[in-house]
Unconditional design. Sequence first.
Length: 238
Amino acid sequence: MLQTLTSERIPFDTSLASVIDHTLLLPEATQRQIERLCDEALAYGFAAVCVNPSHVGMCAKRLSGSRVKVCTVIGFPLGATSSQAKSFEAAQAIRDGAQEVDMVINIGMLKSGNDDFVLSDIQSVVAVAAEHGALTKVILETALLSEEEKKKGCALAKQAGADFVKTSTGFADGGATVDDIRLMRTAVGPSMGVKASGGIRTHSQARSLIQAGATRIGASLSVQIVTEQNDPKATGYS
């Protein structure tokens, strides 16, 4: 369904907008850019804004009373901080106003076959989030994993009680692919969320990922995507 944005008179895909996490995670992001991110999320009806933890409080105030959620990232982008640090970071972000937390697994431990560590690491964040009614999305960083490791990561996230599995941070080489989304959807079944993120630049690409099984899209080019003003050379938020 296409709707016209009153302030800009640009038609956009409202159903796609409603499942997009409008994302700005660049270390050089300014306060003005974060404010703009929030305003765009309100205007287009995006599911959430996804920002670094230091911006959560400001976003929560700017989006107060709206349907747009505040999402942040935990252990980002490497996933190599301690479980205690991730738990503390999640708790503080939720106190600041985050309603969803996207945590990066300990990728090295997963690749080492240390399933118990990975499970406990995820549970340390899930427990904090669940206590406060927040959602947890588990970032696997699929570009760094084998097919079996992707399946194992999905299984551990599901066992830990996470709400979503997510493909990528957007900081590693490679991002969301249709094949990975299909694999992840099969691995977690129909009841768990699957978030596609990393390198999503066009409307058709986003739609193909949803068709493959994604229930949420993470993108920095969200406005371009939903208005179908596709620019294959675009690389990030501007």
